[in-house]
Ligand binder design. Structure first.
Ligand SMILES: *[C@@H]1O[C@H](CO)[C@@H](O)[C@H](O)[C@H]1NC(C)=O
Ligand SMILES: [Zn+2]
Length: 589
């Protein structure tokens, strides 16, 4: 016989009451539920830096189901009841929240780890030498099916652009298939065997450059596409190996999450599969979709993906306004000081950029535009303003747009050279700059030549003066090493983390335009709280607080007590993601 409706409602209500009571009890005493299969672990350290305004420091925390269940000071009465019964790990380490890189390239970094490292090569001879050493260790590379890849060369070390002939003339390298990316990944240098796959007459490409002097072999920006089309793409297995190698390296330097600044739809599907199946997926990834055809609207390719615990999320898109400063490719309002016949070039004109930005915004996507030069930054800001007006109405002031922006969180990737008028607009609308502090210290050698003193002083590589808009900090790995402590050092000192020196050999201990330097706290927040905010994750990442992801890093000393010169070579002791230790320096040795 069916129970009467009243009885059914009664039992339903009492069931709800029981769940609510149990839930609120668990909120106060989370550990008590450890014996029902979700073990609670307690960790106590010498100090815990939380980034939680309510409780900036602590000594202990508990972890359950991959999240922090409680955070407290050792001798306080906040220590939850029953902690003594829980499994407690005590360590003399010092904890900071898990670090995030706000702009990197996961797969490319993995491929870099499996390719020739050309960073810092000082001559063509040295490049050839490194290629030969790589081939000796990886004899399968260099064939038509498996090209030799590398990254990190810089023609300024050679005195001229490299050519295919520079490889072909070497008896040991003759005939290899090879593609080597420039240090900024905006040009590719290929061998004669690759040139032979192209038509005899290679037409010029809009938004790209084919270098012909002193000889063929280098293709830049949009001209790289014709090479990429020929390159035999790695299969899913090779990509998986690359991505997981990358994650291991990222964990080693204290990274628990990263924003991938360009994920194809195909790679997004692979990431999504790995994020849900592989135990070695140990970095949370926030992806920016890159359409098969650059700077287009491809919503049909864009599965909006969101995994449990943000292991992989895709709700943003990457667009490219211009190229890089190193190769005079960034689009400037005025000509370059050292190349007065050019002011760089846009990869997309202003009206088309606005159109594609508005299209993505209307689909609910966060739009992240690569912009280096001051013209590219102006166009990006114009595009964002138009998209915000489309989404939230025109009849409003900047405050109204800022409120709209807090929901859309449009970002400028790199935001390197910005006219003072446009810096004001960034402040007014709250546009998020995504900044790589090590780009400033790598470019300080030549930026002033390109820009002249006035533009350098008032426009270039801002950090401090953009602080109110929550700048997201990152490295752009593999363009720069992913180590966030090098980024923190560069942000705080404006000196090279590789040498500890500033740009002027006369006064090497002086940083570059230190009026734009950040404090240690500001830099650390740039690699935690701000990166989380830039990915809509401020409630769960970059902070040690009940309910956020149990991601943390253990250091030997408290960061704030450390001599700043030690930060650039700091080695983390342990990295934890989701309550699981993913890196331990002791076990590595
Ligand atoms: C901008 O680019 C679009 C697409 O390439 C083109 O159709 C349009 O004519 C261009 N507009 C201007 C003002 O150059
Ligand atoms: Zn990048």
């Amino acid at each position: 016989m069916a129970p009467s409706p009243l009885v059914r409602w009664g039992s339903l209500i009492s069931a709800i009451v029981a769940v609510v009571l149990a839930y609120s009890y668990q909120q106060q005493h989370p550990f008590l539920f450890s014996d029902v299969g979700h073990a609670l672990s307690v960790y106590c350290y010498s100090s815990v830096r939380t980034h939680d305004g309510q409780q900036p420091s602590a000594d202990c925390f508990s972890v359950q189901d991959g999240a922090f269940a409680g955070v407290w000071a050792r001798d306080s009465d906040q220590a939850p009841l029953g902690v003594k019964e829980a499994h407690v790990t005590v360590s003399d380490g010092h904890v900071i929240p898990g670090l995030w890189d706000g702009h990197g390239h996961l797969l490319q970094y993995g491929e870099f780890l499996h390719s020739v490292d050309l960073f810092g090569s000082q001559s063509l001879d040295e490049v050839r030498h490194r290629i030969k050493a790589y081939l000796a260790a990886n004899p399968e590379a260099g064939t038509e099916k498996h090209w030799l890849r590398g990254v990190g060369w810089d023609q300024s070390a050679f005195g001229r652009m490299p050519t295919a002939d520079d490889i072909e003339q070497d008896d040991q390298l003759k005939g290899i298939f090879m593609m080597l990316d420039r240090i900024d990944v905006h040009c590719a240098w290929v061998s004669q065997s690759v040139l032979n796959l192209l038509p005899d007459e290679i037409p010029n490409v809009p938004g790209g450059e084919i270098i012909r002097d002193p000889g063929p072999g280098v293709f830049c920006d949009n001209a790289m596409d014709m090479i990429m089309d020929l390159w035999p793409k790695p299969g899913a297995q090779q990509k998986t190996q690359a991505v997981l190698s990358a994650m291991r390296e990222l964990n080693k330097v204290g990274l628990v999450g990263m924003h991938d600044a360009g994920v194809t739809a195909e790679n997004a599907r692979l990431y999504s599969e790995l994020a849900s199946s592989s135990p070695d997926w140990t970095v949370r990834v926030y992806g920016m979709l890159e359409c098969a055809k650059r700077n287009t609207f491809c919503p049909e390719d864009a599965p909006v993906m969101s995994h449990q615990d943000a292991k992989f999320t895709l709700r943003s898109v990457k667009l490219f306004a211009d190229g890089a400063l190193g190769s005079w490719g960034s689009a400037m309002l005025e000509p370059y000081t050292d190349h007065p016949w050019t002011s760089g070039s846009l990869l997309i004109n202003a009206s088309a950029l606005t159109q594609v930005t508005k299209s993505w915004a209307s689909k609910g996507f966060q739009v992240n535009i690569h912009a280096i030069g001051d013209l590219a930054n102006r166009n990006a800001i114009d595009a964002f303003q138009a998209a915000l007006e489309q989404q939230c109405g025109r009849d409003g002031d900047h405050h109204h747009l800022a409120e709209c922006q807090s929901r859309h969180r449009f970002r400028i990737e790199h935001s390197q050279i910005i006219h003072p008028d446009d810096q004001k607009r960034i402040h007014a609308m709250g546009i998020i700059p995504s900044i790589q502090p090590t780009h400033a210290t790598s470019d300080m050698k030549y930026a002033e030549q390109r820009l002249g003193p006035e533009r350098t002083r008032s426009e270039a590589y801002r950090m401090k003066s953009l602080l109110d808009t929550n700048p997201v900090l990152g490295s752009d790995f593999p363009v720069e090493p992913p180590n966030p402590f090098q980024g923190i050092y560069a942000a705080v000192t404006r000196k090279s983390p590789h040498t500890g020196l500033g740009p002027d050999p006369e006064t090497p201990s002086k940083g570059w335009h230190t009026e734009e330097a950040l404090s240690l706290d500001e830099a650390l927040l740039g690699f935690t709280r701000n990166v989380a905010y830039g990915a809509f994750l401020e409630h769960s990442a970059g902070i040690i607080r009940r309910g956020s992801f149990a991601d943390w890093v253990v250091l030997d000393e408290p960061l704030e007590d450390m001599n700043v010169e030690k930060i650039r070579t700091l080695k983390v002791r342990e990295t934890w993601v989701g309550g699981r230790r993913v890196y331990s320096r002791d076990e590595e040795a």
